[in-house]
Design a protein around this ligand. Structure first.
Ligand SMILES: [Zn+2]
Length: 367
């Protein structure tokens, strides 16, 4: 191991570590107790000397790797992640590293490379990044340009509350647009034993894919099974994701209007045949587009989307939906007749069975 690398490791260990250091005899104890961050994981690095390469050299190196793939996170993808480190704050870097540790196959060489970068460079000051410029920052308070779904917390709506998002018609909210006109080939929900978090729309390679609402591009890159993927954060609070693209036509930070080109359709990533995999999420939780969009007509059913917390996340409904709070002694048939509906309809709306036990205070959808 070259001496300078040994020094770097030492520097990192002192500088940042996920574990708290125990005190050593010579140093000031109060300082040491507050040091926290990262350590190196073995000696494997993404690419020796990458920290001294400029953008063009890295791009050339990436080109030379274009035919190498090593799923689930190929070397090219790892280099692309590394390239974005200089424009991230330390806090963002730490979040990124956390998310890398959540991967099925943890990319230790990349993590080491990032640690090395962080230990040898000045951080960007947090103040330089003004998150108020980002759409729907009120809900998110973060802006990750690398990972399509970086949101770990899934219990987004406190307690039993309901959240309303105004989807269109406001100052910054223009008309909704379908990303592409085409045949729906796969719906939302369980498919082949796993969850399908979006819908699939048939297209030809090179077809124009458009953003559905106005907003700002958050992610535009190659990412695992999504292939070339674009994620747009919208002013209305939703995020939409466009996957398997053949070409990406936007970059993070681009402001887009509803109907603007984000890329050309294709079948990159895990995809059989060219199609658009389209997701709509709120704070990472996938929403079934069919719950509030008339997919045949390509129109929103209502201007306002109601999100209600459920046991597994939340459910989305167009405005106008009515909930009933279960009171002592009530049962499905009683509630159904009160609202002029049927037990079957209530079961269908709420995903419950006729003999499900109702809990006092539980809110069930009745219309
Ligand atoms: Zn899909």
């Amino acid at each position: 191991m070259p001496l300078n690398r040994v020094i770097c490791y030492a520097a990192i260990t002192v500088f940042l570590s996920l574990i708290h250091f125990s005190s050593s005899a010579h140093e000031d104890e109060t300082k040491r107790d507050t040091v926290s961050a990262m350590v190196m994981y073995g000696e494997a690095m993404l690419l020796d000397g990458i920290e001294e390469m400029n953008k063009e050299e890295i791009a050339l190196y990436k080109d030379s790797l274009i035919h190498l793939t090593n799923p689930p996170l190929s070397v090219i993808e790892q280099i692309e992640i590394y390239e974005q480190i200089p424009s991230m704050t330390f806090e963002e870097v730490f979040h990124l590293i956390d998310s890398l540790f959540e991967m099925e196959s943890i990319p230790y060489p990349l993590i080491n490379q990032i640690n090395l970068y962080v230990a040898t460079h000045e951080p960007i000051e947090e103040e330089e990044i003004d998150t108020s410029q980002y759409p729907a920052d009120f809900y998110y308070q973060s802006w990750n340009t690398l990972i399509p779904n970086p949101y770990a917390v899934r219990n987004l709506i406190q307690n039993d509350s309901t959240l309303e998002l105004k989807l269109q018609g406001g100052k910054r909210l223009q008309e909704f647009q379908m990303p592409i006109e085409g045949v729906l080939t796969s719906g939302f929900g369980w498919r082949d034993g796993r969850n399908h978090n979006g819908i699939d729309i048939d297209l030809e390679v090179w077809d124009t894919v458009r953003t559905s609402f106005p907003g700002m591009v958050r992610v535009a890159r190659y990412y695992g099974g999504y292939g070339r993927v674009v994620v747009v954060r919208h002013w209305n609070g939703l995020e939409t994701l466009y996957a398997h693209l053949h070409r990406i036509k936007v970059k993070p930070g681009d402001i887009v209007n509803a109907g603007d080109l984000v890329g050309l359709g294709g079948s990159s990533g895990h995809s059989t045949g060219s199609h658009l995999h389209w997701e709509i999420r709120f704070k990472g939780v996938p929403i079934n587009p069919a719950h509030f969009i008339d997919l045949q007509e390509g129109e929103l059913q209502k201007d306002v989307l109601v999100l209600k917390r459920t046991r597994y996340g939340y459910a989305a409904f167009p405005e106008g939906v009515v909930f009933h709070e279960v009171k002592r002694g009530e049962f499905l048939y009683k509630i159904a007749s009160e609202y002029g509906t049927t037990v079957n309809k209530l079961c269908e709306l709420n995903g419950i069975r006729r003999n499900s036990i109702l809990v006092v205070g539980q809110k069930i959808r009745v219309i």
